[in-house]
Ligand binder design. Structure first.
Ligand code: ARG
Length: 608
């Protein structure tokens, strides 16, 4: 199941070698290390085709750990041309024979139409795991060729509700930022809040009307911005005199009139405080550069684009036509104002030229896909971005599906209100706390421990339930499911980690000492399987990051705990002759699990 999904993805995503730095030695990435060996062999096997990219993948069959699939395509390129080979299997044999000697390989075989299967050396695998335990898991981090990225995520709108879609954006964006940061990319975590636009005229006018001495009104009085926003919208739609005043207010605001600017700043501040509460609880850090920030850059940029002949007049508006899309990108509205697209063009320009970012990643619902598609294509026409998709600098839209309620419809609470994020977090925490109390933890732990564990589990459950799905699919929000301690949930995984920690504690051994003096051996088949999976961490993070798919890492984490369970039920740890080695394997599993949790923004728990 896991493999088929990856194969499908592989066909439409960019090849890892285009972005990851392959020249780097000592990477924890097994696949890449093998690819290097096969690259050398391919060059030797068919010297005339020295640019063939090695196709190496983890094996699904029982033949080995990895497989090289070059023989067939290589054969189709050389057959009929003065070659000694009799067919793809012979090419496979030659590829195998020409592999440079390496400590990492135990044995090879050629199967079927020319697959070269590789069995990795147990000793080598064990040594790598032990090195990681000593040198730290950062030595297994992917190494990318880019230095700086922008992740534009969360990005709620001032005075409007921060809804479940923004929660998804926050959770997914944070994970992507964490994975890139782990890979030593400098990440600018940008909160592109909607803090500009005509809606502010309407809101400000409404508030001025309601509070004639607005300057003296305290924050509490205008605290329920959402309700005011709704009311002002209604006035705007039904009362033409109000509408006119609201439009004038926009002009005053954009013209920088102090009274209006002040009101605007105050409104932004109130919303910001609400957003921050959510970020704090989720442990997410963002740097706000809202739409208003890019506003001053727009006129100059549009002029520049006009001079290049990119901007056309259309029905009173100024637009950019995009090949293959039948609606144009409006960059100046017919009333002369700028819009969401003009702002995004300016933001993209700024990020490329001022921030000097090489990869700019936008996390929003799939509904905005066309918008970003058009903005990126306009940027390519303008020459800001290279034409192809495989080169940096590069802009990527990371779309995600809807969150559904149990009724299969868009997730809402009663009375069709959008769900308040803080309420979701509260509920998850309350429920996980209740479950802990039921297990007698209130007596066993301090109140603080109980609180912290309930938060780790509750918030972790919400995040994991979101991240484990391919982000493009819709998923159903269900507390019972996400807080279940069995199955593919954060609760199950956090418990699994805590159990490993308790095995190590109960052994009474000093694990730091064992790391230095003990020897890790992968003798039993279940030890070997777990060990191999541990070593596949690096290539998994790299894949999740390159293809911007957090679910790939979730799937890895879940499988890791399955491999561990199998190992633990078949191999006695404490009190066995292999105790030292097995404790080290337990520790390595815990270390990798913790790094996965960290990358997913989940706080681990150590006892349960
Ligand atoms: N504020 C927008 C929304 O709530 C999301 C902004 C996404 N970022 C961007 N650069 N357009 O839908």
């Amino acid at each position: 199941r896991a493999t088929s999904r990856r194969l499908v993805l592989a066909t439409k995503t960019l090849s890892i070698s285009t972005m990851a730095n392959t020249s780097e030695e000592n990477s924890g990435n097994l696949k890449k290390q093998l690819a290097k060996l096969f690259e050398a062999s391919l060059r030797e096997t068919v010297p005339s085709k020295h640019d063939v990219e090695p196709l190496v993948a983890a094996c699904t069959a029982k033949f080995g750990d990895y497989q090289c699939n070059n023989a067939m395509s290589l054969w189709s390129k050389i057959k009929g041309k003065n070659t000694d080979f009799k067919g793809p299997p012979a090419v496979g044999q030659a590829i195998m024979k020409n592999l440079p000697p390496s400590e990492m390989i135990e044995s090879c075989s050629v199967a079927g139409p020319g697959f070269v299967n590789v069995v990795l050396s147990k000793t080598w695998l064990a040594e790598k795991i032990q090195n990681m335990l000593v040198d730290g898991i950062d030595t297994w981090a992917p190494k990318f060729s880019i230095k700086r990225a922008v992740v534009d995520f969360s990005s709620p709108n001032i005075a409007k509700e921060m809804h479940v879609g923004h929660l998804r954006s926050t959770i997914i964006g944070d994970t992507l930022a964490r994975m890139l940061e782990f890979s030593k990319v400098d990440v600018l975590r940008r909160n592109h809040v909607g803090d500009w636009g005509t809606q502010f005229g309407m809101l400000i006018e409404f508030l001025f009307e309601k509070f004639p001495n607005f300057e003296d009104v305290n924050e509490r009085a205008i605290g329920d911005l959402q309700a005011f926003y709704k009311a002002s919208k209604q006035r705007f739609d039904t009362d033409s005199a109000f509408k006119e005043r609201a439009q004038k207010a926009v002009v005053c605001l954009q013209g920088g009139e102090p009274k209006y600017r002040q009101a605007w700043a105050q409104i932004c501040d109130i919303s910001r405080k609400e957003f921050d509460k959510v970020y704090q609880r989720l442990g997410v850090h963002l740097e706000e550069k809202g739409e208003s920030f890019y506003n001053p850059f727009i006129p100059g940029l549009i002029e520049g684009l006009s001079n290049k002949g990119l901007v056309q007049e259309s029905e009173g508006a100024r637009v950019i036509f995009i090949e293959g899309i039948n609606i144009p990108l409006i960059v100046v509205k017919s009333d002369g104002g700028y819009n969401y697209a003009s702002t995004d063009l300016a933001a993209l320009w700024y990020r490329l030229n001022e921030d000097k970012a090489e990869w700019i990643i936008y996390v929003t619902d799939v509904g905005q896909q066309q918008h970003f598609d058009m903005v990126f294509k306009a940027a390519k026409r303008a020459g800001w971005l290279p034409a192809g998709d495989c080169m940096f600098p590069k802009a990527s839209h990371v779309g995600f599906g809807l969150v559904l309620g149990d009724d299969g419809k868009r997730f809402r609470t009663r009375a069709t209100e959008v769900v308040r994020l803080v309420d979701l977090l509260d509920e998850a925490k309350t429920r996980s706390k209740a479950a802990l109390v039921e297990r007698g933890k209130a007596e066993e732990w301090t109140e603080e421990e109980l609180e912290q564990t309930a938060e780790a589990i509750g918030y972790g459950a919400i995040k994991y339930a979101d991240l484990k799905n391919n982000r493009l699919t819709n998923y159903t929000f269900n507390y019972d499911q996400m807080l279940n301690d069995k199955g593919n949930t954060a609760v199950y995984l956090l418990y699994a980690h805590a159990r490993i920690c308790s095995i190590i504690r109960k052994s009474g051994k000093d694990i730091e000492e064992l790391k230095k003096t003990g020897v890790l051996v992968l003798a039993h088949p279940d030890e070997r399987a777990l060990g191999l999976h541990l070593l596949q961490f690096a290539e998994t993070v790299e894949e999740a990051c390159t293809n911007l798919l957090p679910n790939v890492l979730c799937e890895y984490l879940y499988n890791l705990s399955e491999y561990f369970t199998k190992f633990y039920s078949n191999c006695q740890v404490v009190g066995s002759a292999e105790e030292t080695s097995r404790l080290l394997l337990c520790e390595a599993t815990a270390v990798v699990m913790r790094k996965c949790f960290f990358l997913l923004g989940i706080v681990p728990v150590y006892k349960i």
